[in-house]
Design a protein around this ligand. Sequence first.
Ligand code: BG6
Length: 447
Amino acid sequence: ITDSVMAEQLALSWTQVCRILQEELFQGNAFHQSDTHIVIMMGASGELAKRKIYPTIWWLFRDGLLPENTFTVGYACSRLTVADIRKQSEPFLKATAEEELKLEDFFTRNSYVAGQTVTKNIHESCMSQAGWNRIIVEKPFGRDLRSSERLSNHISSLFHEDQIYCIDHYLGKEMVQNLMVLRFANRIFDSIRNWDHIACVILTFKEPHGTEGHGGYFDEFGIIRDVMQSHLLQMLCLVAMEKPASTNSDDVHDEKVRVLKCISGVQANNVVLGQYVGNPEREGKATKGYQDDPRLPHGSTTATFAAAVLYMENERWDGVPFILRCSKALNERKAEVRLQFRDVASNIFRQQCRRNELVIRVQPHEAVYIKMMTKKLGMFFNPEESELDLTYGNTYKNERLLLDVFCRSQMYFLCSDELREAWRIFTPLLHRMEQQKPQPIPYMYGS
Ligand code: BG6
């Protein structure tokens, strides 16, 4: 039960649901309710902190899912106060008037420190000697294989692997987690999921907005690092990996790494790059192109759209193209995985059959459906396409990754080997792009 709508369907109040979860967490000894826990948040003045992290910690606190004595220390270069932090994040906290007192209580447990270096200082001055310490790291994990290795070596010289949680927030999404269950708990899917049956696998990420507000960061990284090498590659691993020996984090990581090792570096001739331009027929932000942002270097060739084809050299997937597509400033918000099956053999329906597809829609409106041909109703004997639909009516909350850290579960976090392999696949392409600066194809905002 992950949200209030589902709770309502089950005739439980959200308070009752939270109580059940609290029992699971506290009495199941996932962590000790009476211990003091301190969350130190680096980059506390930034976009991610105000939009996602403060709201997440607040929701967990509001619903009683954190140990009672949990305190948050914000840390960043900017000289701010807790009041500034509260002001920035308040629009995203979605607190109701009745929750006002609780929100006050939440912010009395917050403090803020301004400063420069971080992991080294934590290691030297902030480590709890009596309890546990866990470090959550958010991307970018470097810019290429070398810088990522440097970062990994630095972090692992200070902390043990079991203290390090490299987060990819896509792994916290309900449908991404569902990929493993769909695949390994359903014989029908597992037996047909190989090159014999599958024509291609398409992984898509689309956003309707541009890089407004974080163009500076984006221009240094580009869409391949920002989304393809991270979120889409993680989803690909879950679609393509073999069944792990168990759902234990180490076993899952082993299989993900094995699959990544079978992927050779992306070939430049298998990549299409694009950059959005303003649409004069629209209003507001959509009239501005990527390059209209005054903070960007003149004539930037950073891609805001990328499509790439990856191949896996292993028995199951030999020759099957995995098509990864990601873009800013398109017509809609969508993330999905689409397995397209091969055409039916000896088509007796005179070419009227379309390919079957298994679609896992990650967002919005989570859904799993199969596109298949059935007989057209009535006198006809013609096939028509219909959908076997397992639509999930609800949207789910994404606080689970932070709770996983409290509960010491690393399954939905990246291990250092995964990071290394992910960078190995993309680094030659990224270096080539940096040297040759290929001109991305312009596309219209909202197209
Ligand atoms: C982030 C990217 O990792 O994911 C952003 O840096 C992107 O550019 C975001 O907008 C998308 O996340 P979500 O959960 O809104 O799909």
